[in-house]
Design a binder for this molecule. Structure first.
Ligand SMILES: Cc1cc2nc3c(=O)[nH]c(=O)nc-3n(C[C@H](O)[C@H](O)[C@H](O)COP(=O)(O)OP(=O)(O)OC[C@H]3O[C@@H](n4cnc5c(N)ncnc54)[C@H](O)[C@@H]3O)c2cc1C
Length: 450
């Protein structure tokens, strides 16, 4: 319990005026991320400057009240969800953004949405590669907090790979603005889910737009053949920009929704190659085409951008297509060695049947990142059973040498698995870092560490 809540709220009102939300309906929204729900915060604060963030940290210490940083709340592991009496710090008003075409970088505050960075870079022939599917709503602060990836990450890497310089406020209220050239302290904050500091700005690297792209879709009667085709093409030297996989249940759902003539009961691969040399781009795609055909795949190759867009519609339609099957879903996120993927997909399918729940699977197959989705109707199906199944899915990944999370983070959803997934020595080191950087345990408590 916070010692003197009234004094705390008075102080918040004095410091932030209308930018502190105290009314029930407004605050209630901040209990949620995209799938999880926690406690209603004591207050929600919308800071606009790093000095205001510093003031919040001091106040948090004086009153012993935790801070829960939050971007767009599109997270899928409960990172931005308060678990006890806390102040939610919503960074959505810190949205300054400057592109520097000379250095091919951008300086952005944490509330800038992912998509806006690329939009601002486009007039200079540049783009920002990390592309979580939530890129229109998710923020840079949240992307750094989770080290978000996306379809382009097989070739281009994840959010942390584009971070050059980071500004943050630590638990002592000090501001740091550091690059990564000596001790990589910014790297420590990447993926720390708001538990080590509050990010107030970042310089990110931009890349020139590739001049050419080529796309194909391949359909396989068996997941094994699809995974093998991908592995062979990569071994032969193909580095596709995007490699997306949909299992047969997912393909059926998309076909029911779009009626684009996809054969039922087939697993689907979408691949895109890109680069500045048009011949190389086509050659790389040809490697994928040849291996797919050799393994019994049916291949559709896009002849132009319009056809490519039409093929990618299948991937973009996944969310609405699944929404027609059941109103709710838990979007799991595991990563396994690519060679284990067929077996993992089969085991998860079998688990879904054993639990009597609908499970569909898709993901970024290049890096073995799989998103088994459990679809359910809370009026007819037990949510407890859904979470039990989600936990079994994590165990399948761990049994096959995989990891707890490919890109969505640990949050509070998976923290209890940290003991199973991480060796005691590493866990001890993580705890020591947390203790050193947040000795009062006021930064996003209850997340990541078991
Ligand atoms: C439809 C959909 C598709 C998605 N697709 C992908 C995908 O392809 N790839 C992927 O990686 N994720 C994906 N996600 C998950 C989610 O969008 C990402 O994790 C994203 O990075 C979260 O950004 P956010 O701004 O919503 O952050 P939030 O959910 O608000 O917060 C995420 C974490 O970051 C911390 N945080 C936020 N701001 C700060 C800050 N300024 N300082 C310190 N910590 C902070 C929070 O405390 C929390 O722990 C998807 C989600 C949805 C709903």
């Amino acid at each position: 319990m916070v010692a003197s809540p009234k004094a705390l709220l008075d102080e918040l009102k004095r410091l932030f005026g209308p930018r502190v939300l105290l009314a029930r309906p407004e605050k209630a929204v901040y209990r949620y991320d995209a799938i999880l729900v926690g406690e209603e915060p004591l207050a929600v604060v919308l800071p606009e400057t790093r000095e205001e963030v510093q003031a919040l940290v001091r106040l948090s210490r004086n009153f012993g009240v935790p801070l829960v940083p939050r971007g767009a709340g599109s997270g899928l592991s409960g990172g931005s969800v308060p678990l006890e009496e806390a102040i939610a710090v919503a960074f959505t008003r810190m949205t300054r953004l400057e592109v520097d075409p000379r250095t091919q970088t951008a300086w952005a505050e944490p509330g800038v949405t992912t998509a806006r960075i690329s939009e601002a870079a486009r007039p200079f022939g540049l783009f920002y590669p990390p592309d979580p599917a939530s890129y229109r709503t998710s923020t840079l602060g949240g992307n750094l907090g989770e080290n978000a990836g996306g379809p382009l990450c097989f070739k281009y890497g994840v959010t942390g790979d584009y971070l050059l310089e980071l500004e943050w406020v630590d638990a002592f209220g000090e501001v740091h603005r550091l690059d990564r050239k000596a001790y990589d302290l910014p790297g420590l904050l990447v993926g720390s889910e708001g538990t080590l500091g509050l990010i107030t700005g970042a310089r990110v690297r931009l890349l020139p737009f590739p001049k050419h792209r080529a796309t194909l879709m391949a359909l396989f009667p068996q997941v094994e053949a699809l995974a093998e085709a991908v592995s062979r093409a990569i071994a032969l030297g193909a580095v596709p920009a995007r490699l997306e996989f949909l299992d047969a249940s997912c393909v059926d759902a998309v076909e029911d929704y779009l009626h684009m003539g996809l054969p039922r009961g087939h697993a689907l691969l979408l691949a895109e190659t890109d680069g500045d040399d048009p011949e190389l781009v086509q050659e790389e795609l040809a490697l994928l085409e040849e291996t797919a055909l050799a393994l019994g795949g049916k291949v559709r190759r896009a002849r132009d951008e319009g056809e490519a867009e039409a093929l990618w519609r299948a991937r973009r339609a996944v969310s609405p297509a699944l929404g027609r099957i059941r109103p709710k879903r838990v979007n799991e996120d595991i990563a396994v060695p690519r060679s284990a993927l067929p077996q993992v997909v089969r085991e998860i399918e079998a688990l879904g049947k054993a639990f009597g729940l609908v499970v569909v699977q898709f993901g970024h197959i290049g890096d073995g990142n799989l998103h088994p989705n459990i679809l359910f109707d809370p009026r007819r199906e037990s949510e407890e059973k859904v979470w039990e199944l989600a936990h079994e899915i994590v165990r399948v990944a761990l049994r096959h040498g995989g990891v707890l999370s490919g890109e969505h983070g640990i949050g509070f959803m998976k923290r209890k698995f940290m003991g199973e997934a991480v060796d005691p020595e590493t866990l001890g080191a993580l705890e020591a870092v947390k203790e050193a950087l947040d000795p009062w345990g006021l930064l996003n408590p209850g997340k990541v560490l078991p």
